[in-house]
Design a protein around this ligand. Sequence first.
Ligand code: GLA
Length: 744
Amino acid sequence: MITVNEKEHVFHLHNGRMSYLFYVMDSGQLGHLYFGKELRSDGSYLHMVEKAHRPMTTYITEGDLYTSYEHLRQEYPTYGTSDYRYPALEVQGTDGSTLCKLEYQGYEIIPGKKPLPGLPATYVEEKGEAETLEIRMLDQWRGLEAVLSYTIFRDCDAIARSVRFINKGEEALFLDRAMSLSVDFPDGDYESVQLSGSWARERSIITRPLQPGVTAVSSMRGNSSHQHNPFLALKRRHTTEHTGDAYGFSLVYSGNFLAQAEVDNYNVLRVMLGINPFGFRWKLAPGGEFVTPEAVMVWSNQGLNGMSWQFHALYKNRLARGYWRDKERPVLINNWEATMFDYVEDDLVRFAQKAQECGIELFVLDDGWFGARNNDRAGLGDWKPNPAKLPNGIKGLAERIEALGMKFGLWFEPEMVNRDSDLFRTHPDYIIQTPGRSPSHGRNQFVLDFSRPEVVDEIYNQMYALLSNAKISYIKWDMNRSISECYSASLPADQQGEVFHRYILGVYDLHERLIRAFPELLIESCSSGGGRFDAGMLYYAPQGWTSDDSDAIERLKIQYGTSLVYPISSMGAHVSACPNSQVGRNTPIETRGNVAMTGAFGYELDLNKLSEEELKAVKQQVVFYKQNRKLLVQGAFYRLLSPFEGNFAAWEVAEHDGSRALVTVTRILSEINGPYRRLPLLGLDPDRKYHIYSKYLSYEAYGDELMQFGLMLEDQASGQIIEGSGGSGSCEDFRSLVYEVVGL
Ligand code: GLA
């Protein structure tokens, strides 16, 4: 998968479908050549270097009027000589100088892929699945070594990158910017695609044409954020969901990030991704090492959906890990939206009992069970059950739930503390705050300084005590505010720029220790819904609470957007009560079920309050989900109709061999006597005959017809009145249907 042209110093990473090429310039720096569909070649590529005499340019060598870094495509650029674009690396020495020049020293090809110490990363199970190229670069003047690592995967059109820095000099160095990846594309004629939003409306798809200058998304909140996801894609103007070139860049990291595309004056495009340089400064003592988080770049010539498949396949199979990776996820019920903080043990058991009657498998006790937590002003940090609510403790409640034949799950917010808590009273110094300044609060809580190992130990010990004492099969790990007044009491002045990153390393460490101690524990990540829904978290928690907005119609956009990068098995999605708590909307129970089912499925309402008819629907949904969850976790996901573009949302999950598919179609607002509608499907076998079932239809058709002519939406979801239905329901808003397409 990695070919080296020793004469021309060209490195070619390829896997039969995709190529990535770079070379060593005469000056020793690395130049980028190509990234895209695999190139056939006799091994000579240097003619691809575009280089011309340009006026008003700074040249590297006297007498040479052609060579300037400014108009050469770079591979891991530094700043200070003649490239005036944003660099991937910025270093300052104790002399104050920021100049840095990395020169090629050598390379090594390693079968498989090495883990990244303390950081989440993609992995291989067998060495033959991937090959890794490590390029060793050195700034001789500073003694800074940088090892650029590239892993190309055999079965996936993805390259994982990271950089390891080692200070081989005698003086301390400061890394002010250390991006995980940088790529210079030969032209900037792309549109960028980002996933942006806010609390309760996370990850909307936003597309904009690149213009000269910088297009960027970032976070400086300490969590990857509701506002922007650590991801950026590039597509051509004519690229669609299913055709055309698309490149995706995703950071396997949960803290501050920067994803940036810069188009220069020669229409060359530089993309970079990594830790946000703002607020970052890492002191590299002599002999010290720093490893950047991993960044993954994928390419597809099958549009944005093709790009998503690459991410889904890699993240589902080689980023998520452990006991739950390939397992069917339990259908859960969570009490939060139903009870908030107000419950006692018997209420919970009644709540779970009804769920058990409906076939639900896991009961999750959310916030409010510990310390003095009767509202959001107290208790965080005291992970001991509140005897007034739970007289038999977590152990007693878990036993009663297990006796129902269900599993028991528990909510934690490990990184936080309330002022009104025993932990804060004992260790007021444990929070992140700047000395002499008042710390801001978010939801009345403060952020524990997870950059300090003793703070992580304290929380680990509390969690370990509970998890080893009671039968807890699942935890929901929440994080309900961002970091402010960032400063750690344990670090000297010249290391305060490390706090954000050290904090996330502490979070990862706690995750890792819990997984090691309880390998069968299912962890669902959460951050006020989707405030930390990123690839870093996926390494520890194979599912995440996608958004605090549980309204099925809002969820169409949230889940559709999230699917650009993240597999549907990672998206926690629940049926909640109506009118919906967030938007006050009433939606049919079928629609709530249909939308939530294309995710890690569950309920978040008191089933004792439903009508007989609704309960019947819930029971049917649970049966249907259990019959199909293997497909829903492992199938290929196709986005068919975008809720960002019209009144319909549609998606399909198909077996990889095309033998079966489920198609979910939601009509948002009702329409009367609408046009005939057909929905061309994807991923079926053109020569195979299928039976199509829905609530209103049953017919047979060949795969080619279903993919060319389309599935006929002749039912309530298309707004047409069905004879015999008396017209009832046919003109309601928010109707949806699932079609089963079963190969005969
Ligand atoms: C956050 C989560 C919710 C719920 C509450 C509890 O907002 O996103 O799902 O757990 O906290 O306080």
